[in-house]
Design a protein. Sequence first.
Length: 96
Amino acid sequence: MATFIILANFTDQGIRNVKDSPARSQTFRAMAEGLGITVQNFYYTVGHYDMVVVLEGSDEAVTSALLKVGSLGNVRTETLRSFSVEEMKQMISKMP
């Protein structure tokens, strides 16, 4: 399973309805799990981003989930594909 770090910001619509955000996060978690995605962590943050979410799942499932979330209009996301130290060791070992 691939690991993804999602950086999210509220849109104007999302911040107007911020009180609904915890419920939306639970809805997202249920939808993601239905697609075979594991939500490892979900954090609200202060600073440049409003939320950070760590997911494990296939490229296709995570992309589908994030497209659905984006289409709802409450957040905009930036997605980072991440690698563990062990995964990086394996990639480095294959360098010519």
